[in-house]
Design a protein around this ligand. Structure first.
Ligand code: ZN
Length: 486
């Protein structure tokens, strides 16, 4: 495939356009108003359910729509973000392409964070993955003109921030949706290269030969059963103003482009949607794009461990003993506990090549985290209380919420190897914690490190307040917020 066509494949353009104080193109389809709702609405009043929309026809085919922000006392970032998303979902559903959004009446919107959350919702709500349907993208362009008494320049900069951030989220959603016959470790590395070029990021790609030379036995073993061999992809953002990459924050992402489970094969139900097993790595690429476009101060490194976990005569087996990049040996109990093997090498690479201020890894690692926390919160494990609490705060602000799980030393006995240093699975008990405990063995104690298990939140089988079913891009807003605030 030629470079040029790859560029087209990997591109993402937002279908929502928002304008500040520009003359609206006529005709206007909708006049949108925001209002606080009441618990028991009388006729003509709006209810307290956030995002509920009351509409009626004005003169000349123009619609008037009132959008509920919920109860006045409960207004927060969540409510505004969700209200914004329901506005663009509604506009999309009823093919309303040109609207005016009146925001002056809501004084809470003087707060930049609150206004930003509303904009984020507007950009996120209209997302659809339709480019693989005949006829291309179905989502029509939606133009929203803001009627506001706030200073235009200030609104413009808040708007721009929300646009950049959500474009990264929607890019992550788009790439995660692409199935394994389109995104494999090799094509992913090419897409990331294009993303790096566009955003002025430095990109290094280690192919199977380079990985063999460096003896990265974790990622190589997992990926050796696939026709498309593994890639370790490294993105560097030097910070603003640019630094010599001294003390970067290193983000590490698991990108298993498809996970069959290998010889520890998944059953027919659980093998579905395994294209989403690359979500962590894709989110890392999207955060690097956001960091560069937003010109975040901190230098950031993104390391994406990409492999496809398949069955073939070359595939690795249970009982195999592999040697990771760190030199530690691992006995394979389950070929389906592959994420931690690719991450082990990526974590070692991070420490061999940088002096990280912190390392944060993001991975759809365990089914256990879904049992523990469901589909609302991601599991957080960390060796640093300071890092864990900073991430938790960002999670609360962005509604990409985290819940910390313990990493007591005693859990180690579950992964102590019989014939090697470690075993890659400790059975069903505390399986998310064991995943974290395993990764902890590959990070020096003095480096603040956090592991975020996104297996329950990376994709959803039903629509959420912020978008349709499918990939959520969970982690892009969380990590960008974290990077902006440290
Ligand atoms: Zn697996």
């Amino acid at each position: 495939m030629e470079k040029k066509s790859l560029q087209n494949i990997g591109e993402y353009t937002n279908s929502v356009k928002i304008f500040v104080k520009q003359k609206a193109q006529l005709p206007i389809d909708v006049q949108l108003f925001l209002a606080f709702g009441v618990k028991e609405p009388r006729p003509g009043e709006i209810g307290a359910e956030v995002g509920q929309i009351l509409s009626g026809v004005l003169e000349a085919h123009q619609t008037k729509a009132i959008v509920s922000l919920g109860e006045r006392e409960k207004i927060n970032l969540f409510a505004l973000r969700n209200a914004g998303a329901s506005i663009s979902m509604w506009l999309n559903q009823f093919h309303k392409t040109t609207s005016i959004l009146h925001i002056s009446s809501i004084e809470n919107l003087n707060d930049p964070d609150m206004l930003g959350a509303l904009f984020e919702g507007l950009f996120l709500g209209s997302y659809t993955f339709s480019k693989r349907k005949t006829g291309g993208r179905k989502a029509k362009e939606i133009n929203i003109y803001l009627d506001t008494s706030l200073e235009a320049q200030k609104v413009q900069s808040i708007l721009e921030h929300a646009r950049i951030l959500t474009e990264a989220v929607n890019l992550a959603r788009d790439w995660a949706h692409e199935p394994a016959n389109i995104i494999n470790p090799v094509s992913l590395s090419e897409w990331v290269q294009v993303l790096a070029q566009k955003n002025g990021l430095h990109c290094k790609i280690f192919d199977e030969t380079a990985l063999s030379e460096m003896q990265a036995g974790g990622i190589l073993s997992v990926g050796q059963g696939s026709k498309t061999l593994p890639r370790l992809i490294v993105l560097e953002y030097p910070g603003t103003p640019p630094t010599q990459m001294t003390k970067p924050v290193v983000l590490v992402g698991k990108a298993i482009t498809f996970d069959t489970g290998g010889y520890s094969l998944k059953d027919t139900t659980n093998i579905q949607n395994m294209k989403y097993d690359k979500s962590g790595g894709i989110v890392v690429a999207a955060v690097l794009q956001a960091a560069a476009t937003l010109q975040i101060k901190k230098p950031v490194v993104g390391i994406i461990a990409a492999a496809e976990n398949m069955i073939s005569p070359q595939a690795y087996r249970p009982d195999d003993i592999i040697t990771t990049l760190s030199g530690k040996t691992i006995e394979i109990i389950s070929t389906d506990a592959e994420g931690r093997l690719v991450l082990a090498d990526a974590l070692t690479y991070a420490q061999q090549n940088y002096t990280p201020e912190a390392i944060i890894d993001l991975a759809t690692l365990t089914g256990g985290v879904v049992v523990a926390l469901g589909r609302l919160r991601a599991g957080l494990m960390s060796n640093s209380d300071t890092l864990a609490s900073a991430l938790t705060v960002s999670g609360d602000r962005t509604a990409e919420r985290l819940w910390r799980l313990p990493l007591d030393d005693e859990y180690f006995h579950q992964i102590e190897g019989d014939d090697a240093d470690l075993r890659n699975s400790g059975g069903r008990e505390a399986s998310s914690i064991i995943g974290g405990m395993f990764l902890k063995q590959f990070v020096a104690d003095q480096i603040p490190w956090a592991h975020i298990d996104i297996a329950g939140v990376a994709a959803s089988d039903k629509p959420s307040p912020l978008g349709p079913k499918g990939a959520t891009g969970f982690g892009v807003r969380l990590l960008t917020d974290f990077l902006e605030r440290i």
